[in-house]
Ligand binder design. Structure first.
Ligand code: GLN
Length: 564
């Protein structure tokens, strides 16, 4: 804890439009403070009524991010963990649904007996209680950043903004700082940057009683001094607190740009935090390596939401980290599982050095994914199957190596004669949907003679889960006999966590989600080794191509000599 011993609070709100990158901005602010030796946590409020995003379709919400303690949370928590390298918990994400649920449960219990239960103060009190609960965890944090989802002006955000207004009043200006993220569009026709949307957004905030202390302005081009001054004047913010948040080639550059813009010093100064020189050396190294990789490796990523990249956010980021660890840029080739189902795998994977099959639910595209696993198996292409991607690999193996025709997961065919993937016993009586999967971190003991063990370099690992089905242990001895390697098992339940293939350069399927534990400055071992295997595969292929080239060149020469 810093000297004053008091937690400081930074609130991040957003205006004008959604998708401006509030989550990454909040995480980047955290990095600036961490770089000054401070302990930082982040809380995300989501104003929707779902209790958590676990019940929402990826089309609605993108990826569901699972924490160690098994909460299904907003994907911004992924940014927080990747940037700050700290583990979040269910406390770090709260929705309107959870807040009302809590207040209504208390009301039914009789806790408010005699009172009318209202948004102010009961809902706002519950919001404030949650901020304190995060900030004061086991030991108090130096800084708690609170991000409010949605856009200022939405009906749903009002109770959160009101709670923040009260909070700032109670804690005082020396302990609270409000940051508002807005958009400053460039209008081509007039050749100007426009400040009006920002002015209006701040106006809405001030109507509620919140005065931003700094503005982060998303813009496509550099902001002139006059623009900053104008925004400052109209929004009642000092011009040097109008921070440029320009579009950047990589999100990992954002902390560095914010620092250059002086945001770190502004925060420290205004919150009375110790003034120390920030250490961003590792971040600078990271950005440099992202920007100048020594090679490129193409990897296919096969799923059913390929047009909706937010569904696979953590996988994409894990590839960035793994690329850095291998000094390479991973070029992702998106392949729709349904296209493979229609056309067969050949034409989609000829030009890649590795294949990842994504997690998923429901039968759409599954037959395509099973074909992809078989294609990687037969063609010796490095394969990484995550959750459903692992289950598909087992189904392919059962059908095409063990000869169990019609083997399937009972998720897709309840009447399959060979349910090699089956509902977990603990799931049989589950009738409620929300929060009832096998969720969160579980132990996995590794087989010493496996790719997984070589990657992790330790015998027991803890990885996060989100699934209802598992490898059916009744088929285990047959699968093993035919060459499937059981590389990782949960020690308490015997549940298969990792499968691999013998006689294959790198074929790994995992029941868990390694992408959720990959960090910007610490690539996940399995992603790192998968990318390494893909690079080796690419090297071998290039060598073989060269040899073929030389050979056909030599043949052509002999042929020409003979004719002469
Ligand atoms: N649908 C599968 C299951 O529930 C896989 C889940 C996943 O890929 N996350 O077991």
């Amino acid at each position: 804890m810093h000297k004053s011993g008091k937690t400081k609070y930074i609130f991040v709100t957003g205006g004008v439009v959604s998708s401006l990158g509030k989550g990454v901005a909040a995480a980047s602010i955290g990095v600036l403070l961490q770089a000054r030796g401070l302990r930082v946590t982040i809380l995300k409020f989501d104003p929707y009524i779902n209790v958590d995003p676990g019940t929402m379709s990826p089309f609605q919400h993108g990826e569901v991010y699972v924490t160690d303690d098994g909460a299904e949370t907003d994907l911004d928590l992924g940014h927080y963990e990747r940037f700050l390298d700290v583990n979040m918990s269910r406390k770090n994400n709260a929705t309107t649904g959870q807040i009302y649920y809590e207040v209504i449960t208390r009301e039914r219990r009789g806790d408010y007996l005699g009172k009318t239960v209202q948004v102010i103060p009961h809902i706002t009190n519950e919001i404030k209680r949650r901020i304190y609960a995060v900030a004061r965890d086991d030991q108090p944090y130096d800084v708690a950043i609170v991000e409010v989802g949605g856009t200022v002006g939405d009906i749903e955000s009002l109770p959160f903004l009101e709670a923040i207004r009260q909070f700032c009043l109670e804690e005082g200006p020396q302990n609270t700082f409000n940051i508002h993220l807005t958009l400053v569009p460039y209008i081509k026709a007039s050749g100007e940057m426009k400040t009006k949307p920002t002015q209006h957004s701040v106006m809405r905030l001030r109507e509620i009683g919140l005065q931003p202390n700094a503005l982060l302005c998303r813009c496509e081009r550099p902001m002139e001094k006059e623009v900053r001054e104008k925004i400052g004047l109209f929004c009642n913010v000092p011009p040097d607190h109008v921070i440029e948040a320009r579009d950047l080639p990589t999100i990992y550059q954002i902390p560095l740009v914010f620092e250059e813009e002086g945001l770190g010093d502004i925060l420290v100064e205004n919150l009375g935090l110790p003034k120390v020189k920030p250490d961003l050396a590792e971040w600078k190294k990271l950005v440099k390596r992202i920007q100048s990789p020594s090679r490129e490796v193409p990897i296919a990523i096969c799923g059913k939401y390929v047009n909706l990249k937010d569904s696979y956010k953590s996988i994409i980021e894990a590839f960035t980290h793994a690329g850095v660890a291998n000094n390479a840029h991973v070029r992702l080739k998106w392949v729709d599982a349904e296209d493979v189902e229609r056309d067969g795998p050949e034409r989609y994977f000829e030009d890649v050095a590795g294949i990842l099959v994504c997690p998923g639910f429901g039968s759409r595209g599954v037959e395509g994914k099973i074909q992809v696993a078989g294609y990687a198996r037969e063609n010796q292409i490095p394969y990484f199957g995550i959750c459903l991607g692992m289950q598909c690999a087992v189904i392919d193996f059962a059908r095409n190596v063990c000869g169990l025709e019609d083997a399937n997961s009972s998720e897709f065919d309840e009447d399959t004669p060979h349910p090699v993937i089956d509902l977990m016993e603990t799931q049989i009586d589950v009738s409620q949907m929300g929060g009832t999967m096998r969720l969160g971190a579980y132990a996995c003991d590794l087989n010493r003679n496996s790719h997984a063990y070589r990657a992790y370099g330790q015998e027991t690992v803890y990885e996060r889960h989100r699934h209802r089905y598992e490898v059916n242990n009744e088929y285990l001895s047959l699968l093993k006999k035919k060459g499937l390697v059981i590389a990782g098992v949960n020690p308490d339940t015997g549940l298969v966590e990792i499968v691999e293939l013998k006689d294959h350069p790198w074929f790994v399927g995992v029941q868990f989600h390694p992408e959720l534990k990959s960090r910007a400055l610490r690539a996940h071992p399995l992603f790192r080794e998968f990318v390494r295997a893909a690079i080796e595969w690419q090297n071998r292929r290039e060598k073989a191509d060269r040899r073929d080239g030389e050979k056909s060149g030599a043949e052509a020469k002999t042929f020409a000599n003979k004719r002469r």
